[in-house]
Design a protein around this ligand. Structure first.
Ligand code: C2E
Ligand code: MG
Ligand code: MG
Length: 654
């Protein structure tokens, strides 16, 4: 019995000791679950319980002498634990309370979640704490449901695994922008979500409603993009502007393999005669046509009122840039319908490819080529840049400046200009001269003699032609009034003259002023002008011919009007260009052309004239072809009025 009592004493004490040891050891195994601040206290409590267990073990083994000391040790640990609990715990609780208050009142959505296992053994997150903001954001129904239903429910890429992944510390911090439909308001809101894992399988989730900020940012970036667009584009036509061009020039100087410099011809006239509204509509329609032709990387830039650049991007597929240029030109020439008015315009185009250099150099080269096209309004409208064009343009500028100076001197009564006259004779009897052609001569003190073939196109380009024509016409009518043998005179006019307001009236007025029959005056208009612009100056032609002034088509055969075009005007004579005259009887092609023109003129009751006859053979050949009149060095060169009189072509009034 004594043995049993002894053994049961040992057994019961051992059992208690094991129990006392198991509790703290279990706690210590899960030490990580406890917050940092609580760990020393937990440790002390565990040590106390464990020491109690050791005490029971010693007692069971009847180690009374050690037990005495052991009781002291256990008492000490127990006192220290009690003291620690008494001092630290209230502080800890207070700190937690403060932390809780802060969390509750923090002005952002904040929640503390903890990993949990649900009944089906699935890992899930359970809400522990939420800030007031979270409740305001999500309503009294607490965040848990919102979180489960909206964040986890809506966002597939941010599913619960992602949060658990954060917990598993492979990504201890996660930041994510989340667009969700708010469960209460139903509006789409943007949240900035941060997630931080904490020990003890806790997860801080912090979210901030950035909907307003994002909306402000979006509208700011939209406004910035709009401002940017406005700064780089032309308000009227929506084409790019020079700012855009400068940018491209700096940022992508090698992006383009072709450039077109386009300048509309006499666009000022449209503005002045039809009004700026029509001019504006026309420019808008023109850019729309350009845009329709552009490939995706091409750019159209408006560089001035009527000036454009088209930048053609380098592409892999080899396209014919010059053919593309022709397409743009065809778009310019296609008539425009602006406010029920059909308008046809023309343009001078300079084309340049990347051989000229980078974009900046291409623009300069394109402008030069365009100026060359512009300087000959009746010549080729598209000029392809070559290096020697620069020289030509420089010469043209010098001439244009000197011409301006010469015209200013004209006002002060001193003229550098003079009229020469070339007799027009009958082909079968060259001694019979019924008319002379007035041809201007200019001897500049700076440049010497300048051919009208050079300075007249420049004057047409700069607009100086109006002054020149006025001077020539008045001079010619005044001279003819002094010729007693009633010789007639033909004056060259530019197509731009015929478009001028009151031009016909002014000539008729001068005839009255100098008492000259209008039928003694003829105006010569080149065939190219007739082809391109007849509809522009139809009214002037009608007024002039009604007043009795004769009209001639000059340089016939140099344009592409075709014979039928003669029918459309009120022409009294066709002057066949020198280039069409046959050199000999073997020149069958030219003979056929001249014969056809002469026959047509004959049928239409229009006189025909061959200009630039230099040999007797030519005269005889052309006479056979039924051509009536002739002009050329064979009969007489252009000469002064005095020489005309000396040679007996004209009799001057004494
Ligand atoms: P155009 O009206 O066709 O004048 C005829 C041109 O041919 C003149 O050249 C004349 O000198 C030249 N010519 C006449 N017969 C012969 C010939 O047998 N052989 C050769 N090789 N040439 C001949 P010019 O005077 O140099 O005038 C050139 C052009 O300048 C004129 O061609 C005309 O278009 C223009 N022009 C001349 N004067 C005026 C003017 O007062 N006003 C306007 N708007 N243009 C003018
Ligand atoms: Mg002429
Ligand atoms: Mg001619």
């Amino acid at each position: 019995m004594a043995d049993f009592i002894l053994n049961s004493h040992l057994l019961s004490n051992l059992t208690i000791a094991v129990a006392y040891a198991t509790i703290p050891l279990t706690v210590l195994l899960h030490f990580n679950f406890f917050p940092n601040a609580a760990r020393p206290l937990i440790g002390l409590a565990a040590a106390f319980v464990l020491s109690c267990g050791v005490g029971h073990l010693l007692e069971g083994l009847h180690q009374a002498d050690i037990l005495q000391y052991w009781h002291w040790l256990t008492a000490c640990i127990s006192c220290i634990s009690a003291l620690a609990f008494a001092v630290v715990l209230p502080q800890q609780l207070r700190r937690n309370a403060i932390l809780g208050t802060i969390i509750e009142n923090i002005p952002i959505g904040l929640g503390l979640l903890r990993e949990d296992i649900d009944r089906r053994g699935q890992r899930r997150l359970r809400w522990q704490l939420a800030s007031n903001r979270a409740i305001v954001d999500l309503g009294q129904e607490l965040c848990g449901r919102w979180f489960d239903e909206t964040i986890l429910g809506q966002s597939s890429d941010l599913a619960i695994e992602t949060f658990l992944d954060v917990l598993d510390t492979s990504h201890p911090i996660l930041r994510h922008e989340l667009e969700i439909c708010h469960p209460l308001s139903g509006e789409l809101e943007t949240y900035l979500l941060s997630c931080v894992s904490l020990p003890g399988k806790h997860l801080w989730i912090l979210w901030q409603d950035v909907t307003a900020r994002k909306a402000a940012y979006t509208s700011l970036s939209e406004a910035t993009a709009q401002l940017e667009w406005q700064a780089t584009h032309d308000y009227l036509t929506q084409a790019g502007n020079l700012v855009l061009f400068d940018r491209l020039q700096i940022q992508e100087p090698k992006r383009f393999s072709g450039l077109l410099s386009i300048n509309l011809d006499r666009f000022k006239n449209i503005n002045e005669t039809m009004g700026h509204d029509i001019g504006d509509v026309l420019l808008q329609s023109l850019v729309e046509r350009f845009q329709a032709q552009l490939r995706s990387g091409d750019v159209v830039v408006r560089t001035g009122a009527d000036a454009f650049l088209i930048l053609l991007e380098t592409t892999d597929d080899r396209i014919d840039l010059e053919a593309l240029t022709q397409q743009f030109y065809a778009e310019i020439r296609r008539p425009f319908l602006c406010r029920d008015r059909e308008i046809q315009i023309d343009a001078s185009i300079g084309f340049v490819d990347h051989a000229a250099g980078d974009l900046a150099q291409m623009r300069i080269a394109g402008d030069i080529a365009m100026q060359v096209a512009k300087s000959n309004p009746l010549g080729k409208r598209i000029v392809v840049w070559t290096p020697d064009l620069m020289e030509q343009v420089r010469d043209r500028q010098t001439i244009a400046l000197d011409l301006e100076r010469a015209l200013q001197r004209l006002h002060s009564g001193s003229s550098e200009f003079e009229l020469y006259y070339q007799p027009i004779v009958q082909l079968d009897d060259p001694s019979q001269c019924y008319e002379v052609e007035a041809l201007i001569r200019w001897v500049s003190p700076n440049l010497g003699w300048v051919s009208p073939g050079i300075f007249i196109p420049i004057a047409e380009q700069t607009g100086a032609i109006a002054q020149i024509s006025d001077w020539v016409i008045e001079q010619a009518i005044r001279q003819v009034s002094r010729w007693v043998n009633r010789l007639r005179i033909a004056v060259n006019v530019s197509p731009w003259d015929l478009e001028r307001e009151g031009f016909a009236e002014r000539i008729v007025g001068l005839c009255h002023q100098y008492d000259v029959m209008p039928s003694r005056i003829a105006l010569e208009v080149t065939e190219r002008a007739v082809t391109d612009k007849q509809e522009h100056f139809a009214i002037a032609l009608k007024q002039l011919s009604s007043a009795g002034i004769r009209l001639k088509i000059d340089d016939f055969g140099t344009g592409d009007s075709g014979l039928g075009r003669i029918l459309e005007g009120r022409w009294s004579e066709v002057k066949i260009d020198r280039s069409l005259l046959p050199e000999s009887s073997r020149d069958l092609g030219r003979i056929a052309i001249c014969r056809a023109i002469a026959n047509l003129c004959h049928d239409l009751n229009i006189r025909s004239l061959a200009e630039g006859i230099e040999t007797e053979d030519q005269r005889l050949l052309l006479r056979e072809l039924n051509i009536q009149d002739a002009q050329g060095f064979l009969f007489a060169k252009p000469m002064t009025e005095q020489h005309l009189a000396d040679a007996g072509w004209v009799i001057l009034a004494s």
